[in-house]
Design a protein around this ligand. Structure first.
Ligand code: GLA
Length: 707
């Protein structure tokens, strides 16, 4: 007899799934010390009065046909027929910690392939594929991945956002009905990051059971946390399809995106650490031993004003500041003098660059820096040679006037000639020039996306992946950054094919403190583009000291985004100082375990990184507003070896005087700032480290080195 129960394990997590006759996840949580299949008998449910006479499982596919009475995992029909599938498992194929379940509904004429993979890091990956076996198209309206979570998960954390304000967390209580996130913007979006975190009420960074999921998909999506009236609850995620968008002809198959799930019994840090480790082990492709270079991106320095002589001056100044990669942003191609025209015309602007790009690149290389460039291939301006030649290449529905966004339309990548045109032009760019890095932008949303009269948002997203895959195969050494007006396309599926994200167009260090913390729940610092911007931020017009800007950009992949030529001596000294600090600490920041710290005063934001061997740690404490209390609470330092003894060093601090009265906030500094101290990891975690009183919009950086 076939085993009816399977167990997928990592060192930290377990998934127990009943496979026959209908698949049902019975347990997803911390690794069990002992498990035997007969134990699942303890979970056999009573049948309540007043409803069906049989038990109603929340099956892996969450079919309505079992009496789910909640949001099903599959919806569709064949011209009104075959619309209520119920799958029976036909086989279970085991390969290490991967399980493939094949199930069939012979009445509806559908087969289902479910893949579940437990990674070594403890992150569970799940996806489903549906195939139509019968003649006649099956109209697929929804296909979702559903993961049951424990009844004690009574609170949800999700993220809202907008342009220049990504990854803002919010909480809602989960007691009845559903909490739903829907995204129809055609890209991952700033507004609806595809993730949900459920947890025991009051869960925080180090406490509570949390179940976090992220849908790896760069298009429209729907995520749901649902409580059934019987108290059982589940998380559900899917690609969202526009009406009529997905049909399966006989023999055709459609897949859900992968859902990535991480459970932690120790709060949000545990969840994030598993996600980070998983990405480092399995997703992020970065040359072994290579380091993330300090960038300088010209955008906020010169915008569209490309003059190679001046750009060369910028490069020379950048090289003096410790910059390792120099990137020219928007404005280099034919007719691109503002954001009104030229997208699609991927030819060099020879008026601006009469000698071509090669001499500039050679000079940049001679200065010891790599060279990078900006593109936005998926777009087309109505005012472009490409549009004049191919007005029918716009992603649109016939008969409607399409609204522009940032004066541009979207190019329909489902048209082979349009796709091939992009491959050819980008191959010219990357093949004929020594370009090691591409900032790939995507600056508008999809409205009425259509191909051959049908909705085509899903198809466009897939073609975007194919385009990037084609270029990556041709130019494997080139690094790509995913940008969409800042953080509009940040997810695990695009991360399979890019190396870095532009987290936000907002370089304001105060705003970045929240944005980057929000992003850190799912992404490690090395993929988070974080730049030091102008003293007076272009997005908010706030002014910040170079110290606050420098320290905030440190916990990511650092760069500068400004004109180093016109910067004053004090600013330049700051850029030099913080780029050196980044180079000094990047191995730790990009390789260690990240910790966010809950501070009792919400105006204090603390985070750090501890090396895997617990020899070294670096913590940043940022004060984002006027402190609520006169004294700051001690920093309880997580992640250290309790038995280790650590030397505490102040690495960087605001412009407070370290001798005498300590600036206007203090008459006396904490003792450790004046006299070096060595303290045990256990004590630092349990009792903590006294903090200096900080002004709003300032930060300190503390290193802990094991003796
Ligand atoms: C978008 C990006 C910016 C910059 C501009 C160029 O807004 O997010 O960083 O590259 O486009 O037009």
């Amino acid at each position: 007899m076939e085993t009816t129960c399977q167990r997928l394990s990592s060192a930290s997590a377990d998934l127990i799934i009943k496979t026959h006759p209908h698949a049902e996840i019975l347990y997803w949580g911390p690794r069990l010390q002992h498990f035997s299949p007969e134990y699942i008998a303890s979970l056999a449910r009573p049948v309540a009065n007043g409803r069906l006479d049989v038990d109603s499982p929340v099956t892996l596919m969450a079919e309505l046909s079992h009496g789910l009475f909640g949001s099903p995992g599959i919806e569709g029909h064949r011209q009104g027929l075959d619309g209520s599938p119920r799958f029976t498992t036909t086989s279970a194929i085991r390969d290490g910690e991967s399980l493939t379940l094949i199930a069939e509904d012979s009445v509806a004429g559908l087969t289902l392939e479910s893949q579940l993979v437990m990674s070594a890091a403890g992150v569970l990956k799940v996806r489903h594929g549906l195939r139509n076996l019968k003649p006649g198209a099956w109209q697929l309206d929804r296909l979702a991945v559903t993961l049951p979570i424990a009844e004690r998960a009574g609170e949800i954390m999700a993220f809202h956002g907008r342009w220049t304000r990504e990854f803002q967390p919010h909480r809602v209580s989960l007691a009845h009905d559903s909490y739903v996130i829907e995204n129809r913007r055609g890209r991952t979006s700033h507004e609806h990051f595809p993730a949900l975190i459920a947890g025991t009420p009051g869960f925080n960074e180090n406490q509570g059971d949390v179940w976090g999921v992220h849908l790896g998909w760069s298009g429209n999506h729907r995520l749901r946390a649902e409580v059934k009236t019987d108290g059982r609850r589940y998380l559900q995620a899917e690609a969202l399809w526009l009406p009529g968008e997905k049909t399966l002809e006989q023999g055709e198959m459609a897949w859900t995106p992968w859902l990535y799930a991480s459970h932690s019994p120790r709060g949000l840090n545990g969840m994030s650490q598993q996600f980070h480790r998983f990405l480092r082990d399995e997703v992020i492709r970065f040359p072994q031993g290579a380091r993330r270079p300090v960038h300088l991106n010209t955008w906020e320095g010169i915008y569209f004003r490309h003059d190679p002589d001046y750009i060369l001056q910028m490069a020379e100044a950048a090289a003096q500041l410790g910059v390792e990669r120099f990137i020219i942003d928007d404005g280099w191609f034919k007719g691109r003098n503002n954001d009104l025209a030229a997208l699609g015309d991927w030819y060099l602007d020879e008026q601006k660059y009469p000698q071509g790009l090669t001499p500039l690149i050679a000079r940049v290389n001679a200065l010891g820096m790599g060279f990078g460039i900006w593109v936005e291939p998926e777009m087309i301006n109505p005012d472009s040679d490409l549009f004049r030649a191919h007005p029918d290449w716009v992603l649109a529905l016939p008969g409607y006037a399409q609204a522009t966004g940032r004066h541009q339309y979207v190019l329909n990548l489902n048209i082979p000639a349009a796709f091939d045109y992009l491959v050819a032009r980008l191959s010219w760019l990357l093949g004929d020039h020594a370009i090691e890095y591409v900032k790939w932008d995507m600056n508008r949303e999809l409205v009425q996306p259509g191909h051959a009269g049908r909705a085509a948002a899903d198809a466009q997203t897939r073609q975007f992946y194919r385009l990037l895959d084609t270029l990556r195969a041709r130019f494997p050494a080139v690094e790509f950054e995913s940008c969409a007006s800042g953080g509009g396309r940040i997810d695990y599926e695009v991360l399979q094919r890019c190396h870095r994200f532009w987290a936000s167009d907002n370089n304001d260090a105060l705003e970045r403190t929240t944005i980057q913390r929000g992003m850190s729940y799912f992404f490690p610092p090395e993929v988070m583009g974080a730049h030091i911007g102008h003293r007076r931020c272009h997005a908010t017009f706030r002014q910040h000291s170079i110290a606050f800007r420098g320290l905030t950009a440190l916990f990511g992949h650092m760069g500068l985004e400004l004109d180093p030529v016109t910067a004053g001596a004090e600013e330049q000294a700051g850029y030099r100082h913080y780029s050196a600090l980044y180079r000094q600490w990047r191995d730790l920041i990009h390789g260690g375990t990240q910790w966010r710290v809950d501070m009792p005063d919400r105006t204090t934001v603390a985070q750090g990184v501890v090396s895997d061997d617990q020899q070294q740690a670096l913590f940043l404490v940022s004060q984002i507003a006027m402190p609520d209390y006169t004294l700051m609470a001690p920093l309880r330092v997580p992640g250290l070896d309790p038995l280790g003894r650590y030397r505490i060093t102040l690495i960087d601090h605001p412009n407070i005087q370290l001798t005498g009265h300590g600036g206007h906030t203090m008459r006396k500094l904490p003792a450790w700032m004046e006299q070096p101290q060595v303290i045990s990891g256990e004590w630092l975690q349990a009792a903590g480290l006294s903090l200096p009183i900080l002004d709003p919009e300032s930060a300190i950086l503390i290193a802990l080195t094991r003796e």
